[in-house]
Design a protein around this ligand. Structure first.
Ligand code: NAP
Length: 246
């Protein structure tokens, strides 16, 4: 089940956290992977390639920059032969209360979290349409559906990403390309590791399954949506949130 042998995936934001785990899980299912982050990460690429016996290269670009993305994606298609899966995962936060939020805090989050999805998907769409197959998975957040104070920029970017997902799903469906979003809840990453234990316990108590999620939980949802078995699922937002949004 969910075999990705012979497929190639591009994963953005793959230097750490959820994106790195997605890259590893896709590789463990047999996919070759192009890792994207702001800098090249050749050591990570080498270790994943060695562990799973697949081809892995890393690239350093700003995913919101059309010129860089178009050039690098063209190179990846040439290097790997074809690309079957795109995981738009790169993202940032610049939280702050509305009255104190500076213009760059708003613009940067929209650019990296939302514009990048437009730029990266467009750069690959023609290639996928020509092959009449493709899987696009966009990393949303529970905050794009049910959010909280201090995240106007982030919530807007993730709600927008869900909008692109649904529109692209309609546009590409007849070409064999599915487009879905995964919406993680509270996931244990370097960011959450820094929180005081007391705060973490408070969050846990609010989650129906009473535990934080792990990057692996999110990566498995991505692997499923990337598989041939998910061919009839498109335009959906799959929550990986321990029941928070139930
Ligand atoms: P993270 O650990 O902060 O990693 C972010 C990744 O994005 C890094 O690889 C970073 O690369 C890359 N990146 C940032 N800006 C970029 C740019 N302009 N161009 C290219 N790459 C860029 O984040 P995470 O916690 O794993 O989150 C990953 C995704 O899941 C995000 O979209 C986030 O919104 C979403 N999410 C996370 C949680 C959570 O609890 N962690 C919950 C819901 C949704 P560098 O290493 O080069 O900086």
């Amino acid at each position: 089940m969910f075999c990705l042998k012979g497929k190639t995936a591009i994963v953005t934001g793959a230097s750490r956290g959820i994106g790195l785990e997605v890259a590893k899980v896709l590789a463990s299912r047999g996919a070759n992977v192009a890792l994207i982050a702001t800098r090249e990460n050749p050591d990570i690429a080498e270790s994943i390639a060695k562990e799973y016996g697949v081809k892995v290269n890393s690239y350093g670009i700003d995913v919101s920059d059309s010129e860089q993305v178009n050039e690098i994606f063209k190179g990846i298609i040439e290097e790997f032969g074809a690309v079957d899966i795109l995981v738009n995962n790169a993202g940032i936060t610049r939280d702050g209360l509305m009255m104190r939020m500076k213009d760059p805090d708003f613009d940067d989050v929209i650019r990296v979290n939302l514009r990048s999805v437009f730029v990266c998907t467009r750069a690959l769409a023609r290639h996928m349409m020509g092959r009449r197959q493709g899987r696009i998975i966009n990393m949303a957040s529970i905050n794009g559906i049910r959010t909280q104070a201090g995240q106007a920029n982030y919530a807007a970017s993730k709600a927008g990403l869900i909008g692109i997902t649904k529109s692209n799903a309609m546009e590409f469906a007849s070409r064999g390309i599915t487009v879905n979003a995964v919406a993680p809840g509270f996931i244990q990453t370097a960011m959450t590791d820094k929180l005081p234990q007391e705060t973490v316990e408070k969050y846990k108590a609010a989650i129906p399954v009473q535990d934080l999620g792990k990057p692996f939980d999110v990566a498995c949802a991505v692997a499923f949506l990337a598989s041939d078995e998910a061919r009839y699922i498109t335009g959906q937002v799959l929550g990986v949130d321990g029941g928070l949004n139930a």
